[in-house]
Design a binder for this molecule. Sequence first.
Ligand code: AQP
Length: 339
Amino acid sequence: MTQFTPRVLSGMQPTGNLHLGNYLGAMVNWVKMQDTHETLYCVVDLHAITQPTAVWGGPQVLRKSIREVAAAYMAAGIDPKKSVLFNQSRVHEHAELAWIFNCVARIGWLDRMTQFKEKAGKDKEKASVGLYDYPVLMAADILIYHATHVPVGEDQKQHLELCRDIAIKFNNDFETEFFPVTEPVIMGPATRVMSLRDGTKKMSKSDASDLSRINLTDSADDIAKKIRKAKTDADGLPSEAGGLKGRPEADNLVGIFAALAGETVEAVLQQFGGAQFSGFKNALADLAVAKLSPINSRMNQLLADPGYVESVLADGAERASAIAAPIMRDVKKIVGFTA
Ligand code: AQP
């Protein structure tokens, strides 16, 4: 079996403000992995344009959003000296490998992808071909760097299984062990942060209600207001995790507290079990403000210097290309395009 050097890749779309779900589900782990792995983090702008223009805002907005997401990465703790930070469209090998993977992946595999069904909605005939093909591009994003680990939230599990299927089929079809079978890294107490208005729905950038999510750009007042208004049920907090079963909103708020505090759900319930939500929400608001305000301030500082953010992205693209180019050259040989 080929041994691959441990390498991490992950990314987020520049389709709006990043929120607490993106932060706790993925970014917290990204930051940790910088000290243990070689890490690449990208702003997935090719993915953003799979949605209607109204979602990503058109060319002027997109350019700004790419900088904002890059600034959010750095503000949350991604160090561009330790990690390669870049935007996907600047490294043409992502799109090139995606085409080859389009010829490896099967339509039946894509037909099973639940995120396409959710994002395309009722009128899937009107969805872009790019939205349908999104998981294939995602596999190319990962495998063009021979990434072995991908830290993501729970919602990306199915796409990562598809990435593994593509690597295995490519290796089988071409009788090689060229691509690693990548491991998803889905860890921590908040791998699926739910909407503050409806504990059965994922916290999401595209939710029409801004009260449903905490944005990394929210002020301290907004954070406190959103937590105070968060939906809860009539009972108080249970003393044990089992008491959160069937109570999605309570479960979500306790999970958020645990993730922000770096504690287990059990430890949070030992502290707050039996308390009413009002007191717990005050403590959660204080904790969220303490954790998120420094990120917000750092993001604003970075955004005041767009030239710096652009220079980080340009440097990152160069470093990413240096890894991707030889891998793409080998793929072309394996497929038979070049000798
Ligand atoms: N609610 C969430 N809880 C935990 N993790 C989450 N992620 C997203 N939402 C949650 C993780 O964040 C990473 C990047 O996501 P993305 O920006 O590429 O797109 P997304 O998953 O489609 O995010 P949104 O906010 O839900 O956007 P829209 O509304 O456009 O669909 C991924 O690792 C994801 O798991």
